[in-house]
Design a binder for this molecule. Sequence first.
Ligand code: BES
Ligand code: ZN
Length: 457
Amino acid sequence: MEKIAAYLEENRQRNQDDLFELLRMASVSTDSQYESEVRRAGEWVADQFRGLGFETELVETKGHPIVYAESPPVENAPVVLVYGHYDVQPPDPLDEWITPPFEPTERDGNVVARGATDDKGQMLTHIKSAQAWMESEGALPIQIKYVIEGEEECGSSNLDPFLQDYKERLNADIAVISDTSQFAKGQPAITYGLKGIVYFELYLEGPKQDLHSGTFGGGVSNPVNAITQMLGQLVDQHGRIQIPGFYDDVVELEAREREQFASLPFSEEEFKSKLGIEAVHGEQGFTTLERRWARPTCDINGIWGGYQGEGAKTVLPARAGAKFSCRLVPCQDPDKIREGVEQMLESLLPPGLKMELVHHHGAPGVVVSLDSPYMAAAAEAIEKGFGTKPVFIREGGSIPVVTAFRELLGIDTLLLGWGLDDDNTHSPNEKFSLDDYYRGTRASAHLWQELSKITRD
Ligand code: BES
Ligand code: ZN
């Protein structure tokens, strides 16, 4: 590994320049005005693989292309499937960026740009580590298959058909994803659990147009009153979710896991001060880490209706709407939760209003096995790459492909996050530590070595 370590040190600037080049491409997948930039980023990633001599395809889909590449097979060594995404979230609100989102800038040891941590910087570590192997050793010690998609930020709707089509070729022993976070600065982590999600949009319609609230108030259901009453009942004041059957299948935290969470150096004071809040709040009977990582939640993501302009307007609005979602834990069934939500809202709908409930994406929560030689190899690689042993954590975000890999390919995923909770993912001034980009690449290079020591059964 010395040659590889030296190679990574010598090429530190070049690898950074490459990341900056990718970050200059505005690959916003949700917005069709960026379509050519999304494709350019996909082609750039494909070119990286071609440069390494890997068999590479830019697979066309109904949406943005998927980059598929594989390094040469290695007899008796495990096969690893790396997943990442080259698309990014929209940069809005633009005026809150200190420097423009697609002009990557180095500030305080970080690169600041949309996609820096989610997921261009993290994803690229697994390409740069392979490059280090190829250019210093001439070959990798294992076979790596890469799936780098361009639609993660808009629901990955074309990924499942691709996984079905390529099922045989994707055959692997373990998957690796870097799209999560470390526990804290200087404390790397392996994430062994993620939440699932169900997402809804609710529309209420009352009278055919806005009305005078004095003339008609008292005689007509107000859609904005109704939507606040209905959604307000989803969660009680103790943080317990009131959707029928919601907790039926929840896997409760075990004492051992609660002890392990409690042993992590989490400071509630620091957490509050970073977020600018005076108190934490959530489901009674659980700590903040337990609630964030392993308890289901329900949040309104957006709500609208009625008069928003200057001054007072005495109006009884004709319609109201909201977006809301539940984060799920194993073994809650997204379909069952959807039915519960529909049933509850229908029963709460006041007379005289029409309701439409739109269901968006859904995915179950996952926990991966801590007890595998792959996990041990990942812990070893992180210790070698970062100089610190990782801690084992769960997180509250969702990566639906982890379940797809398990169900379709029968494999688990190693979630090796190089990011930080305060990287401003999906927000203005997204950042990624350049030291962690370097250390992540080093850990990834060690991972290929550590995994190659595992004999296939
Ligand atoms: N990188 C995140 C997932 C994530 C976030 C993992 C925080 C751990 C902690 C990913 O890109 C993402 O944003 N996922 C969405 C999934 C959804 C749109 C299906 C999420 O969690 O909101
Ligand atoms: Zn994301």
